[in-house]
Design a protein around this ligand. Structure first.
Ligand code: FBP
Length: 552
């Protein structure tokens, strides 16, 4: 492997554990916390998880280790989208497992959950692990999005577990993967397999959190990476003074990533999907709001600016969701084939016009043709529009341009509007983890093993007090069912982890809302620069503005 100087240096980095886990395995004991209940639908969740529901939260404290001595054979998978720090979760897990007993074994199942079904695995040893310490990516064993949810899959996993003598499975994933971890834990407990299941909170999207799980790993590094790039673009915009940059950032439905980047870089505009939904904003209202900023700045001679657009924005615009639902209906069954067979766009447009309601057609009609066509081209395996593939940065800049043309004609807008578009997502998912993510992930993995060693199942590895130095972090576990509620999925009621959306009465949004009018008109850009791995702690160990504001 060709090693960059930074990679060599990062191999030597020693991640910081919470103080309570630093005294050695022999001195880690358990303090019981409160019994838990699910975030909603308690009776239904309790009935679905009779063996794993309502358990206590726990915290690890300094004291003598009373866990039973037994050989542990643990299987681990990485699940879903990449997030910086995944390798360190595995390194922490490995180090705790080997520190407890050299004969313990860690197996990595390859390619995500499907590795567990296909029994495709590798046994880790020191040399293997050492090549991945403090590095980005999920390439150590790969990841995948297969869902582990059917009885048939669970019974195959049970056989694979029996074959290897697995005592526990660690699932490193987001809300869906940890929902599956909870269901698998319940299955394993109900069938007396003796296999424990522990989850670790991963996702750059930042939407897997509650009062216990303060952050999902990867959010810190990914948002710092995007913020660096956005800051660089702001400086370019402020130097050339000729472009508005419309920047879409990943994050799925929730706008946590966009909000964090806005707090870091103070752009002129940042849309928050949750606010758009709350105010039931239409596309033209959003465009008009952005146009106000462009107009005021342009009339003052500042024909440049930066707008951050969250990936999921269009899902939150009520009229747009209705349009999408109608398009999905319109193309259901063999209608897609009929539609595709039409000779040209004019014929297709006529078909669409006949099929949509008047209101949705009015929304469709204002979309740029590129977006109109995207809505009919990109379908998911169920035949639905893939909302995340819609180039919302282009959609919004086109609508803003239309609005500015009107204002120009009316004589109120006197500026120029040149646009550049960007999409930041994959750029941040495999970055070298920041010191925060390197430390947090290592701690999550180390702690996951302590949960296994103490016999817990259906728990999420929990490391909290994260806005404080690592020494003061608190390690423990939270039953996954605490985060669950019932939601409608594919026409059925399902127990799932409730996604954490941006809270409009939360401190991060309130801070943004209190400042954005000024940012919209003046040039208040801040330039965070690249992630720093070496140097003063106040530069290198700082976590996100979101966490700092949430924790006061
Ligand atoms: P997870 O929820 O699995 O962590 O995925 C995060 C994410 O990066 C989203 O922000 C993005 O919408 C999606 O994955 C992209 O998925 P893919 O890698 O399949 O293109």
């Amino acid at each position: 492997m060709n090693l960059s100087p930074l990679q060599k240096a990062r191999y030597e980095y020693v991640p910081k554990l919470p103080g309570m886990l630093r005294n050695g395995i022999a001195e880690i004991s358990v303090k019981n916390g409160e019994a838990t209940s699910s975030v909603a639908d308690q009776d239904k969740i309790k009935a679905l998880f009779p063996n794993t529901y309502g358990k206590n939260e726990i915290t690890f404290v300094k004291g003598s280790n009373t866990s039973a001595a037994k050989k542990q054979v643990v299987g681990v998978i990485l699940s879903g989208g990449q997030a910086p720090g995944g390798h360190n979760v595995i390194c922490g897990l490995y180090d705790a497992l080997k520190a407890t007993d050299k004969n313990n074994v860690l197996l990595g199942f390859k390619g995500g959950p499907s590795g567990l079904i296909d029994d495709d695995y590798v046994e880790f040893d020191d040399a293997f692990i050492d090549a991945y310490r403090n590095t980005g990516g999920f390439d150590i064993i790969g990841s995948g999005r297969t869902k582990l949810e059917t009885e048939e899959q669970f019974s195959i996993v049970t056989k694979v577990a029996e074959k290897h003598g697995l005592t526990a499975i660690v699932i490193i994933g987001g809300d869906d993967s940890n929902t599956n971890a909870a269901v698998l834990a319940e299955y394993m407990a109900a069938n007396n397999t003796g296999v424990q299941v522990i989850g670790c909170p991963k996702t750059i999207d930042g939407d897997l959190k509650n009062e216990d799980i303060e952050a999902s790993f990867g959010f810190d590094t990914a948002t710092k990476t995007y913020s660096e790039l956005i800051g660089n673009i702001e400086r370019d915009a402020n130097s050339a003074k000729k472009y508005w940059h419309f920047i879409k950032v990943m994050g799925r439905s929730a706008s946590h990533v966009a909000l964090e980047c806005a707090l870091e870089t103070q752009p002129n505009i940042c849309l928050i999907g949750e606010e758009v939904a709350d105010k039931k904003m239409s596309l033209s209202q959003i465009a008009s709001q952005i146009a106000d900023s462009v107009e005021k700045r342009g009339n003052a001679g500042n024909n440049f600016g930066v707008a951050i657009i969250p990936e999921g924005i269009v899902e939150f615009v009520p009229e747009f969701s209705k349009l999408i639902a109608e398009i999905n209906e319109l193309l259901a069954g063999d209608n897609t084939e009929k539609f595709n067979a039409l000779p040209d766009w004019d014929a297709k447009y006529e078909f669409i016009e006949k099929g949509l309601t008047k209101e949705s057609m009015a929304v469709f009609a204002i979309l740029p043709q590129l977006i109109q066509q995207q809505l009919f081209l990109e379908r998911d395996p169920h035949g639905n529009v893939q909302v995340s593939l819609i180039e919302s940065e282009k959609l919004l800049s086109a609508l803003v341009k239309d609005e500015l043309d009107k204002r120009k004609a009316a004589g109120t807008y006197k500026g120029k509007f040149g646009v550049q578009h960007h999409f930041f997502g994959y750029e941040g998912r495999c970055a070298f983890p920041s010191n925060f993510d390197a430390d947090y992930c290592y701690s999550l993995g180390y702690n996951a093993f302590m949960l296994i060693q103490y016999g817990y199942t259906g728990y999420l590895s929990k490391v909290s007090n994260l806005s404080k130095p690592a020494e003061e972090w608190v390690a423990g576990g939270m039953p996954i069912t605490k985060m669950m509620n019932i939601e409608r999925r594919n026409g059925e009621d399902k127990p799932v982890i409730r996604k954490a959306l941006v809270e409009l009465d939360g401190a991060p949004f309130k801070y943004f809302a209190a400042n954005r009018d000024k940012w919209a008109v003046e040039t208040c850009f801040t330039y965070p620069g690249a992630i720093q791995y070496y140097g003063p702690s106040e530069v290198c160990d700082l976590t996100t503005r979101t966490l700092a504001l949430e924790k006061g």
